[in-house]
Design a protein around this ligand. Structure first.
Ligand code: AMP
Length: 206
């Protein structure tokens, strides 16, 4: 058995999904992870679950999430490391919402390098800012998320453009970035992503 194979012979799949808020990362990420049999690790979901349960972490990050700011890098990276060490992530994972800036890219690289587990692909959902804003405004009326106010939305998109989009220049030279047109029907976008993964030898079960 080679290092890149799991016991049942499926290739490992260590993936990132990157895109602005409202790009459909959550929906597409769930489809990809479900098809590959790997867990989605969403830092936003982890923070929201802790807030809901009133844990110490939740209390620490409530105001940060409400303002649309970033939780400190060290804290976020420690949570991700802890999550990726759990047994269900042994055959891979799909990270959603992390890494979000250069410091987090370094933290993740150090962690994966120490384990000899390189990333297989970075899926980028390309959606124009106006489209993201329209989708987030719709989600605000449907789900009532506290951080979906117009100000917090604009602030989060600014952070994405200034801090998160530039991380792709770190991954691009590694030849692992697949940029997907994120405008279209959900199924069309899923099909585009699955084709890109297929080209990397990652066959998604549908
Ligand atoms: P998301 O659901 O990915 O939009 O994340 C919601 C909020 O959680 C963000 O606006 C941040 O406040 C916080 N958050 C999520 N992921 C990270 C991260 N990688 N680094 C710092 N803060 C994060």
């Amino acid at each position: 058995m080679t290092a890149s194979e799991t016991v049942d012979d499926r290739p490992t799949a260590r993936l990132l999904i990157v895109g602005p808020q409202g790009s459909g990362k959550g929906t597409q990420g769930a489809r990809i992870a479900g098809g590959l049999g790997i867990p989605v690790v969403s830092t936003g979901d982890i923070f929201r679950a802790n807030i809901k349960e009133g844990t110490e972490l939740g209390q620490q990050v409530t105001a940060i999430l409400d303002a649309g700011d970033l939780v400190p890098d060290e804290l976020t990276s420690a949570i991700v490391r802890d999550r990726l060490t759990q047994v269900d992530a042994a055959a891979g994972f799909l990270l959603d919402g992390y890494p979000r800036n250069a410091a987090q890219v370094e933290h993740l690289d150090e962690f994966l390098h120490s384990r000899g587990e390189p990333l297989d692909a970075v899926i980028v959902l390309d959606v124009p800012r106006e489209e993201s804003i329209a989708r987030l405004a719709l989600r605000a009326t449907e789900q009532g998320r506290a951080d979906d106010t117009p100000e917090a939305i604009a602030h989060r998109l600014d952070i994405y453009e200034k801090e998160t989009a530039p991380i792709l220049s770190v991954y691009a030279p590694r030849g692992i970035v697949d940029t997907i047109d994120g405008v279209g029907s959900l199924d069309e976008i899923t099909a585009r992503i699955f084709r890109a993964l297929d080209a990397r030898g990652l066959r998604v079960a549908v």
